[in-house]
Design a protein around this ligand. Structure first.
Ligand SMILES: Nc1ncnc2c1ncn2[C@@H]1O[C@H](COP(=O)(O)OP(=O)(O)OP(=O)(O)O)[C@@H](O)[C@H]1O
Ligand SMILES: [Zn+2]
Length: 566
């Protein structure tokens, strides 16, 4: 059941080895035995970030010049992804975009897909299909969801099931180094005592959070690297008998396969800090015999439903899927919702917070439209204080960069943008007659350009949002046209009514009431004016049909007596 190595992964590793990316700093942090975080040597990005390993903000120093190796724990694919997942992956996507676009760092990102796990097996039993079918299906759904949220895909996704041979070899290495042991039942455990007080780098890690399992574990904190297979479970052959990998070992093995014995950044939701990341660190350092395998652990805060203390979660059944969310909101609204809080904070999802995100986007959009109208000369304003606005722009640029360099403080960066927009709006005071010579389009052009650049960094797309908004409103447009045509038809029917004794009036068609002729004319004018707007009305006798150009379905307006004319 061993699969072929992932091609993307092999290419990526080869590129890193051949130096297709800038060279690595000579000093490493391997060796030594203390638990305390060691500041790595290498290339300072100019960013400080909160590191869960030291529990404070640290300068972000990379082993290679302007290249960050970044590993993230991916989803366990047994169901649709929800807004909690979206929140974690969108927030880290924003961080990666900021690092690359504002600080010139190439982010080499690898993500694991957990495609074998207890929950996947359970689900496959419920659905009566194989675990592989369940996991492939939800993996595809996850990737689609990420694309619809504009999350840049990692350089490579790796599946656990395609890496089991590497996992077995990794476990053998840990056993060889004296940090793991096999039981006679066919399980393998990590020997926590073998690494002394280096176990317990993350909060809460020192307690007896042992896994349930074999009674012959040497220490309750020991955790499974290899689990002997149970009846009906998928299994792989191994030196310890048929079984499957434990959860934590998959990440250590796959991250090491791609990045070797050192990693710059490791990310995941805060629930993963312990035991998952604790155990990943223990395993990787035991295998590589090094002191500090990953230099920075970034943990994102949880998304909660407003008013709930529990995180959104499949198991708690308090979730909204990404697909459902995107029925009524845009990806940009979700991004703005994420930008308005720090990535490490818990975030409340609810109507209020989404309304705030939407209002922020609206403020930006309205300013951009006004500034563009002003530049085109369509919005006439009293003279603006141009020098003052250039200063506000410079100030905004510097504040945004400072905020982002300070642990990716996106709410502060958005605040600085909004402040510039506020000043821009204050200067756009419409007047009936304006002096063309006193117009200052360039400074507004510079502000609009800066806003566009920042929206691009954050992955917010106002143009696409607007198009989506228009198409989502096309349902109500049809209803409006329907009503309008119905009203017009009644007016026409009234205007086309014939007199009992046809008059031979000087104006109008014979038999029609002459005083109703202006109504007929107004109906014709309305029809002619709507045509360039894409609404085509066709009159057939006293009835009318309508059609919205580009709309496949043409509608038929019926007469009051129910007869239809095509
Ligand atoms: N409510 C949430 N808020 C923020 N991040 C979350 C939330 N739920 C899951 N995540 C993060 O999403 C990533 C993928 O998680 P995973 O697939 O293991 O989900 P999970 O924790 O099993 O989900 P669930 O609890 O719904 O079963 C992890 O980094 C996890 O921390
Ligand atoms: Zn992991």
């Amino acid at each position: 059941m061993w699969g072929p190595p992932a091609r993307g992964a092999a290419l990526l590793r080869r590129a890193l080895r051949r130096g297709l990316v800038p060279g690595r700093s000579k000093r490493t942090v391997c060796g030594g035995s203390e638990k305390a975080w060691v500041r790595p040597s290498g290339f300072d990005t100019g960013v400080v970030t909160f590191n869960s390993l030291s529990k404070k903000k640290e300068p972000l120093i990379l082993a290679r010049d302007r290249v960050a190796t970044w590993y993230s724990c991916g989803p366990t694919v047994y169901d649709q992804a929800h807004l909690g997942h979206a929140c974690s992956y969108v927030r880290f996507d924003i961080l990666q975009r900021v690092l690359s676009r504002c600080f010139g760092v190439v982010v080499v990102h690898a993500m694991v897909i957990t495609d074998i796990d207890d929950k996947i097996i359970q689900r496959s039993w419920q659905e009566n299909v194989s675990p592989a079918v369940i996991s492939r299906m939800y993996e595809e759904e996850f990737k689609k969801d990420m694309l619809s949220l504009k999350v840049i895909p990692p350089a490579v996704y790796l599946r656990v099931t395609e890496n089991v041979h590497r996992i077995v070899a990794f476990i053998e290495g840990i056993i060889r180094n004296g940090n793991a042991y096999a039981t006679k039942e066919g399980d393998v455990y990590f020997d926590v005592q073998s690494i002394g007080d280096r176990y317990g780098r993350f909060t809460g890690a020192t307690g007896s959070h042992g896994e349930q399992g074999s009674s012959i574990k040497r220490d309750p904190r020991d955790f499974a690297l290899w689990k002997k297979s149970k009846p009906r479970e998928p299994y792989w052959e191994s030196p310890w008998g048929p079984g499957r990998p434990g959860w934590h070992i998959e990440c250590s093995t796959i991250a090491s396969h791609i990045f070797g014995n050192q990693l710059d950044i490791h990310s995941g939701g805060v629930d993963l800090a312990f035991p998952h990341h604790e155990n990943e660190m223990a395993q990787s350092e035991a295998y590589h015999q090094c002191r500090q395998w990953a230099n920075y652990f970034l943990h994102s805060g949880h998304l909660h439903l407003k008013g709930s203390s529990e995180k959104m979660s499949k198991s708690l059944k308090n979730y909204i899927t990404i697909k459902d969310f995107l029925q009524s909101h845009s990806a940009s609204e979700f991004r703005m919702f994420c930008l308005l809080t720090k990535y490490r904070s818990a975030i409340d999802y609810g109507a209020g917070s989404m309304a705030e995100a939407r209002a922020s986007l609206e403020t930006i959009r309205t300013f951009m439209e006004a500034a563009e109208a002003y530049m085109r000369g369509q919005l006439r304003c009293s003279p603006v204080q141009e020098a003052f606005l250039w200063e506000r722009l410079l100030e905004a640029k510097s504040s945004v960069l400072k905020a982002l360099a300070d642990d990716f403080d996106t709410p502060r960066a958005v605040g600085a943008l909004m402040n510039m927009i506020y000043h821009g709006n204050c200067q756009l005071q419409p007047v009936a007659v304006a002096d063309e010579a006193a117009c200052s389009p360039a400074v507004f052009g510079a502000m609009v350009t800066f806003i566009r650049e920042m929206l691009e960094v954050f992955g917010v797309d106002l143009v696409q949002d607007k198009e989506a908004d228009v198409s989502s409103r096309s349902g109500s447009l049809q209803a409006v046209v329907e009503q309008l045509t119905r009203f017009r038809s009644e007016v026409r029917e009234f205007a086309l009514a014939r007199q009992d004794s046809p008059s031979s009036g000087s104006s109008g068609k014979p038999g029609l009431y002459p005083d109703r002729a202006p109504l007929l004319k107004a109906c014709d004018t309305l029809r002619n004016d709507l045509a360039p707007l894409g609404v085509l009305i066709k009159d057939r006798g006293s009835t009318s049909t309508w059609e919205i150009k580009g709309d496949q379905e043409s509608r038929i307006q019926t007469r009051t007596d129910g007869a239809e004319i095509l």
